[in-house]
Write a protein that binds this ligand. Structure first.
Ligand code: ASP
Ligand code: MG
Length: 423
């Protein structure tokens, strides 16, 4: 069995869905698990719907649902010429149930409510894709990931129960391949032991592909994207990007740790554990090679990779009592950071001060000041850029630091990191 994952952009309209079918036709006769995301920007729309529901804003709520329904109906109209298809009824039922929510109380647990609603994007898209494949005479069957992926009840960030999930996929999912070649299911969703729907965190569909591959012992995973593979930098920030043909699981984990955003970071670990290769390929050029992520590290050093994080804020803390930055202070600093819910991109200390770098759009200086100013002198510098280079050399360093002031730098054997300020 192979696992294919099609993200939001690869099912964003009727032509995209037709393209999915044409890709699948290249794999005729093979057993495929097809994991799909919500179509286009549906997840964002559903998040707005949850907000309107929470605010009891009936007008916005109704309006947003109508827009979303229309968006999907356009796609249906283009995919299916006859109106009597049961897919129309399936969608109508889902939307009717959604509309009814405004007449019911909003749960005290907002994340619970979020998951019950936001998961519907994947449910809808998987129904549409399956119906279209069946219409095109594929041997396809719809499977409900909300009954297969077991998580805890940490809504919006469900933690996978691997033993239960593996048992469910082995007993309820894999046997379906005896009657269908293609099993279509939803990314991003799961369920609690009580049977309530959970989600795995935004962009979690890649992770679902990893879960099905691990639990179903897949021979490979392919993530179909609108890029030719994994590039050595984000083309938004970098000219002349190079495709990475082959990298190791370890390298892919490093890259995503430093902020490369091609693959959801949790996806790789389960694949690495079973040595299941992960392909990143273009849905526009499905026959092209793309990138393969696998066990061998032999190619990792061939191409340097660059990861850019903009809008960074650097905070520096100096104890007011003139004590040195020793263990005791460090644990106090980390406690305060954890209270402030700070996510740290880089840290560094000297004898007298401790510095951390964070995403400027995720934390307000006032939140940090509130936690620290009593005991520490706090200084901060906004609008910085963090550049990480994997497999650096002098030329690559010169390239990224040109016309910039280096505020701070860290180098290890394979990784160089610079906090930069534009001159
Ligand atoms: N639809 C979800 C999201 O947009 C999950 C995914 O696409 O991976 O976050
Ligand atoms: Mg997506």
């Amino acid at each position: 069995m192979k696992v294919f994952k099609f993200g939001g952009a690869s099912v964003k309209n009727a032509d995209a869905v037709k393209n999915v079918a044409s890709i699948l036709s290249l794999f005729e006769g093979q057993k495929l698990t097809v994991v799909v995301s919500a179509m286009g920007k549906t997840t964002n729309k559903l998040e707005e719907i949850v907000l309107a529901l929470k605010n009891r804003d009936r007008k916005t709520f109704t309006c947003l649902i109508e827009e979303l329904e229309l968006f999907h109906e356009y796609i249906l109209a283009d995919l299916f010429t006859e109106k009597h298809f049961s897919i129309y009824n399936t969608l109508e039922e889902i939307f009717e149930e959604l509309k009814e929510k405004i007449n019911k109380p909003f749960s005290e647990n907002e994340s619970f409510e979020y998951d019950q609603i936001v998961s519907l994007g994947e449910v809808i898209s998987s129904h549409i894709v399956t119906a279209f494949l069946i219409e095109q005479s594929f041997s396809a069957h719809w499977m409900d990931a909300r009954q297969l992926v077991r998580t805890d009840n940490n809504y919006q960030e469900g933690k996978v129960d691997w033993n239960k999930t593996e048992a469910l996929i082995q007993s309820k999912f894999m046997p379906e391949f005896s009657t269908s070649n293609i099993l279509v299911t939803q990314g991003f969703v799961g369920h609690t032991a009580e049977g309530f729907t959970t989600t795995l965190g935004r962009e979690g569909s890649d992770y679902t592909a990893g879960i099905f591959a691990f639990c179903g012992n897949a021979e490979s995973v392919t993530i179909w994207k609108d890029v030719p593979g994994m590039l050595n930098a984000d083309p938004k920030y970098f000219e002349d990007t190079i495709k990475l043909d082959k990298i190791s699981f370890k390298e892919a984990i490093e890259l995503s740790y430093y902020g490369a955003s091609v693959i959801h970071p949790k996806t790789i670990k389960p694949l690495q554990n079973k040595g299941i290769p992960l392909f990143v390929k273009s849905f526009i050029e499905p026959k092209a090679d793309g990138t393969v992520i696998q066990s061998s590290t032999s190619n990792d050093e061939l191409v340097p990779s660059f990861i850019f994080k903009k809008e960074q804020t650097l905070f520096s803390f100096t104890p007011k009592d003139f004590s040195f930055i020793v263990e005791e202070n460090l644990s106090d600093i980390f406690n305060r950071l954890s209270v402030a819910k700070a996510k740290i991109n880089l840290m560094q200390n000297s004898a007298l001060s401790f510095s951390i770098l964070m995403d400027g759009n995720k934390i307000y200086p006032s939140t940090i000041l509130e936690q620290f100013s009593e005991m520490y002198e706090v200084r901060y510098n906004e609008g910085l850029e963090l550049v990480t280079i994997r497999h650096y050399d002098d030329a690559t360093i010169n390239r990224v630091t040109k016309d910039k002031e280096i505020i701070l730098q860290q180098r290890t054997r394979y990784t160089a990191r610079f906090v930069l300020k534009s001159l």
